[in-house]
Design a protein around this ligand. Structure first.
Ligand code: F6R
Length: 236
């Protein structure tokens, strides 16, 4: 595991975009695993800048996101599809048919989970998976629990995750209570993993990287993966 520490969030974002950009240059038709949330926004901005400057080309890239809320269609402003459109897809030359997230509007989340796991598999697996980390150590929507979920699956969100995410909704009651997420097993199959953690996540990051590997700190499982890069920063 490589842990890189930058001075601040701007540098963290620039470094993350450099590593993702390098992946695009090395393998233009790569599969990128993407994350939503506050942390990767700066890296997405840098990737957009790289595209506008003519340094990056997304025309062959394929993407699979980690997760999506259940009950929100892709047009809903709080859906993760909408987030990806806003921060990356609509601003670069990626083909929409090459971008994938679980379908939040699917009537049967179990069936949607099976479809999404098979889709990731059929794409030949993920070359580079971008991750954030929750304050409770979650990755994707894999919350602390007594096992590591192996495959894509529906989850009931914990109270703390609903509260953390409510900052983006008008009212806490509007936050969906369910999501479909890649499992820990799905995430670990990625050939490379890039975990971004801002200064506010230093305590949980420390615990995940140096503590015991346990499903009660889901990100601790990354200690078992052979190619993980972590970027963190000293100040916001
Ligand atoms: C997002 C995701 C989550 C976030 C995590 C950190 O697709 O799966 O695990 O990465 O909740 O979120 P932020 O970056 O908002 O602190």
């Amino acid at each position: 595991m490589r842990v890189m520490e930058t001075k601040n969030y701007q540098e963290l974002s620039a470094l993350a975009a450099d590593l993702i950009g390098a992946q695009l240059l090395l393998k233009p038709r790569c599969v990128l695993g993407l994350a939503t949330g506050s942390t990767p926004i700066g890296a997405y901005q840098r990737l957009v800048e790289g595209y506008r400057a003519g340094r990056l080309d997304f025309s062959q890239v394929r993407t699979v996101n980690l997760d999506e809320y259940c009950g929100l269609s892709g047009e809903h402003p709080q859906s993760y599809r909408y987030f990806m459109e806003q921060h990356l897809f609509s601003q670069v030359n990626i083909l929409r048919e090459n971008t994938h997230l679980p379908n939040g509007a699917a009537p049967d989340p179990e069936e949607e989970s099976r479809r999404y796991e098979a889709l990731v598999e059929s794409m030949g697996g993920v070359d580079l998976q971008l991750l954030g980390i929750g304050r409770n150590g979650h990755i994707g929507f894999n919350e602390p629990g007594d096992s590591f979920p192996p495959v894509v699956h529906p989850v009931e969100l914990t109270e703390s995750t609903i509260l953390a995410n409510s900052r983006l909704f008008d009212r806490v009651e509007d936050v969906p209570t369910k999501a479909v997420t890649m499992g820990i097993g799905t995430i670990l199959k990625a050939r490379k993993i890039l975990l971004l953690a801002g200064a506010d996540k230093r305590a949980i990051l420390e615990e995940a990287l140096t503590g015991k590997v346990t499903p009660w700190v889901p990100a601790s499982v990354l200690q078992l993966h052979g190619d993980v890069t972590v970027i963190t920063c000293r100040e916001g």
